[in-house]
Design a protein around this ligand. Structure first.
Ligand SMILES: *Cc1c(COP(=O)(O)O)cnc(C)c1O
Length: 401
């Protein structure tokens, strides 16, 4: 017997669930790329994207995933031989740094381990010591999706300012934009990197860069033509938005996704994610009062509200993921970067993705299935995590009289 038939839920940290309305908008015959609806629709996305990122600056769209947007962020700002500072709080900082290295950039790391946010004092001290301003940019990952740590990007800007350092501040918001509060202009971010398949609720396929006038002035001697953000952000002709044929069907989907986001409002989106995340944390904390489960990030103020990394011990992570997939119709995220990828220890971790199109019944269903799986698999746990989660939701959503 399996109890998995019915609507499946991929509770993984990307690609996230796409709303039915977005899927319907994308399901269409080839669009007219010369004139009319699609051309106007594309232009209409830009101001709403700015609202999502809380910026008045430039937006450049690419047909690529987050890795492509990483490459574009470097290609538009740095010359080979330049140095960047990369605070590491998980796998994704290393990924961005690898991309920079491959483009001839010198990378200097400060490693903060897999369970802590950046230590801003250490970063400030490093920048103060760089009196010749060799460091041209700081690459800060807002939410590292492997560890589920959330870094203080406004604080990172304050540390750079305190050191009076002129480097660009670049932020990876692939896992956080549209989930966790992010205010590009107020926080002094020069380049924001993101992609379509997480908080923006679309399938993978679009990379997005937001960039400040200061970042635009950093233009290196040679920008590879395809990655050049200038024509994309300021297109004279429609094809320049994408440096070729537009990402037609995604654009229809994005129009609907942004309509949904504008209707809910960014504050509403951020508080929904925050409440649902607290429900998940309450469940895991409760289960872990007996047995091996624990949240990877101990301090709630440093946790992502879109992805949660859980330690459960090998091989329980593998068994629980299999059980949820095959018995309950819900896919949990694999552990990533917490143990060597060829070791059995990697099965000691899993992740909840709770980003984008996710609500209370999805999260409560998810947690109920996990609790059932823990019982079915005889993994030690304290029953009652689901009740603890329900109490968080009750307290956050009492009717106003
Ligand atoms: C998902 C993700 C990426 C990479 O995105 P891809 O589309 O898989 O290339 C980069 N950074 C973070 C923080 C992510 O969560």
């Amino acid at each position: 017997m399996s109890l998995a038939n019915g609507r499946h839920y991929r509770a993984i940290p990307g690609p996230s669930e796409t709303p039915d309305a977005v899927q319907r908008a994308m399901h269409r015959a080839s669009a007219n790329i010369y004139e009319g609806e699609l051309v106007d629709l594309t232009a209409s996305l830009i101001p709403d994207l700015r609202r999502v990122a809380r910026t008045e600056h430039h937006v450049a769209l690419y047909i690529c995933n987050g890795h492509g947007a990483w490459e574009a962020s470097i290609a538009n700002t740095l010359n080979p031989g330049d140095t960047v500072l990369v605070p590491v709080t998980g796998r994704f900082a290393n990924g961005w740094a690898e991309m920079a290295s491959a483009l001839g950039i010198e990378v200097e790391f400060i490693d903060f381990g897999l369970q802590s946010p950046m230590d801003l004092n250490r970063i400030e001290a490093r920048l103060r010591a760089d009196t010749n301003h060799v460091i041209k940019a700081v690459l800060g990952v807002h939410v590292d999706t492997s560890t589920s740590v959330r870094n203080d990007i406004a604080g990172l800007r304050a540390a750079m300012d305190a050191a009076a350092h002129p480097a660009l501040l670049m932020a990876d918001c692939v896992a956080s934009l549209g989930c966790d509060r992010f205010e590009m202009d107020a926080w002094g971010v020069d380049v924001l990197v993101t992609a379509s398949q997480k908080g923006l609720m679309l399938p993978p396929g679009m990379g997005l860069l937001f960039f400040s006038p200061k970042a635009a002035e950093h233009r290196p001697e040679r920008v590879p033509m395809y990655w050049d953000w200038a024509p994309r952000a300021n297109p004279e002709w429609y094809y320049q938005y994408f440096g070729g044929t537009a990402l037609t069907n995604h654009l229809y989907g994005m129009r609907v996704a942004l309509d949904m986001m504008m209707e809910e409002g960014m504050e509403g989106i951020w508080s929904r994610h925050a409440t649902l995340a607290r429900a998940i944390w309450a469940a895991v904390d409760h289960w872990g009062t007996d047995g091996p489960m624990a949240l990877n990030i101990a301090d709630p103020t440093h946790r992502s509200r879109a992805v949660t990394t859980v330690k459960i011990g090998a091989p329980h992570g593998l068994h629980l993921r299999d059980w949820c997939e095959n018995q309950a119709g819900v896919t949990l995220g694999i552990g990533l970067g917490m143990a060597p990828p060829d070791s059995d220890a990697r099965h000691g971790w899993f992740r909840f993705g709770h980003m984008g199109h996710v609500n209370a019944h999805m999260v409560m269903g998810l947690l109920g299935c996990v609790e059932a799986g823990l019982g079915a698999l005889d993994i030690p746990y304290a029953p009652g995590g689901v009740t603890a989660a329900a109490q968080v939701i009750s307290a956050a959503a009492r009717p106003t009289s």
